[in-house]
Design a protein around this ligand. Structure first.
Ligand SMILES: Cc1cc2nc3c(=O)[nH]c(=O)nc-3n(C[C@H](O)[C@H](O)[C@H](O)COP(=O)(O)OP(=O)(O)OC[C@H]3O[C@@H](n4cnc5c(N)ncnc54)[C@H](O)[C@@H]3O)c2cc1C
Length: 379
């Protein structure tokens, strides 16, 4: 084994946005000198942090969960300040309210936006004319942005290097165990080469869908998780939809948002984006399940329904689909809320599990980390 890998101040498992941001935080804000980041894929930010809708939330999406909405509203300006280079703001964001089967009316939506302090204005005639008036009750212009996940990955690579975090790609972690001297031992299976071990005072499990797939002494999360195979279609928008992002609330809803990393739009639909779901359990590896899943697109069904509300959608050109596992807290199935999961495992001191839920929740995670008295001396 390489000596440099033997003792770490912290080992971070999972090189998505959360693992990268936490590794950088530990090195820069907490003075950790030896931080090791382990990622199963050949590159950083390839999984949920790339395969998502790229929306920087500002609360509008969550009329059924005031806390999530309010936190998004607070976190958006901070995200805008900290990651201006990844933002795409050059489009108009519309929220439209369906007349039938919607869990919210136009009036209620407007009131809710005022309550959380999020900007909202009635859309003008040109934007309203994009929608079928028999099916859409009201249309609003709001302040919501998209992020470029490729640029976010580039930010992570640069910052990790500058913060002297050691990054090991193609490195799948199998287990975490207690060591006799009070540390934590992590077993790593590289894609090529032999299994090896490293030790750290702290281990941060930031594996998103894989949170409960680690063996050894890892106890699993107390919070129950739900796994979902999702499909986001990538489409070329027709000219009148090119510079807009649309979300129809809140029941029969769909979204069509710019996806800056590919210069396309994502199309998601509440009925067709989730293909399959199950209660998370150890031994049922979601990544493996997705790997074996026959990825048959449902884009035709998405478009068929979306064009009823927004006729121009009939002319979108399908390019590709992003299939990914979406992991949510089981308790939020009803209200669609997206709080963070931040668990400190009492039976495995020094080990934390973190799930962000959405990108801007990083600030909620930083707050929780700030409150932890992490020791920065070498192990
Ligand atoms: C379909 C979909 C749409 C979404 N839309 C939005 C949106 O519009 N806006 C928003 O803010 N959020 C959205 N989200 C949520 C957002 O994508 C996630 O909150 C965020 O990307 C999670 O980051 P992460 O680092 O926790 O997970 P990931 O980016 O998935 O990173 C986890 C990493 O851990 C690695 N890993 C897993 N197991 C192991 C192991 N055993 N050993 C080593 N490495 C391992 C994985 O390879 C992966 O790279 C969406 C998610 C999905 C799936």
């Amino acid at each position: 084994m390489e000596a440099s890998l033997l003792h770490q101040d912290a080992v971070v498992i999972g090189g998505g946005f959360y693992g990268c941001a936490i590794a950088i935080y530990l090195a820069r804000k907490r003075g950790f000198r030896r931080v090791l980041l382990l990622e199963a894929e050949p590159k950083l930010l390839q999984r949920a942090s790339y395969n998502n809708q790229a929306r920087v939330h500002n609360g509008y999406h969550y009329p059924r969960s005031f806390t999530t909405a309010y936190r998004s509203r607070i976190n958006l300006p901070r995200f805008v300040e900290d990651w201006p280079q990844v933002l795409s703001t050059n489009f108009t964001k519309l929220y439209a309210i369906a007349r039938r089967n919607s869990k919210v009316t136009g009036r209620q939506f407007e009131r809710f936006c005022h309550e959380i302090g999020a900007r909202i204005e009635p859309a003008d005639k040109t934007f309203k004319s994009l929608f079928e008036p028999h099916l859409i009750e009201d249309v609003f212009v709001v302040q919501e942005y998209a992020f470029d996940s490729s640029k976010l990955a580039r930010w992570a690579e640069t910052e990790l290097r500058d913060a002297h975090v050691e990054v090991r790609l193609n490195s799948h972690v199998d287990s975490i165990a207690r060591t006799a001297d009070g540390g934590l031992s992590v077993v790593i299976c590289p894609k090529s080469g032999e299994t090896y071990r490293t030790e750290g005072r702290y281990v941060f499990n930031c594996t998103y869908s894989g949170l409960n797939q680690l063996s050894g002494d890892f106890p699993g999360t107390q919070t129950r998780l739900k796994q979902e195979v999702t499909e986001m279609a990538l489409v070329e928008a027709p000219p009148e939809l090119l510079d807009v992002g649309v979300t129809v609330m809140d029941g029969p809803f769909f979204s069509m948002m710019p996806f800056p990393a590919r210069n396309l739009h994502t199309l998601s639909h509440v009925r067709y984006t989730p293909h399959q779901n199950w209660d998370d359990q150890p031994g049922v590896d979601p990544y493996e399940r997705l790997r074996r899943y026959p990825r048959e697109t449902r884009v035709d069904r998405m478009i068929r329904d979306v064009r009823r509300y927004m006729p121009a959608a009939a002319r979108v050109k399908y390019v590709d689909s992003l299939f990914e596992i979406k992991t949510v807290l089981a308790k939020n199935e009803v209200d669609d809320g997206r709080p963070i999961l931040f668990e400190k495992h009492a039976s495995l001191p020094g080990c934390y599990s973190v799930l962000g839920g959405k990108i801007d929740n990083i600030y909620d995670v930083f707050e929780r980390l700030d409150a932890e008295s992490l020791i920065d001396t070498a192990y």
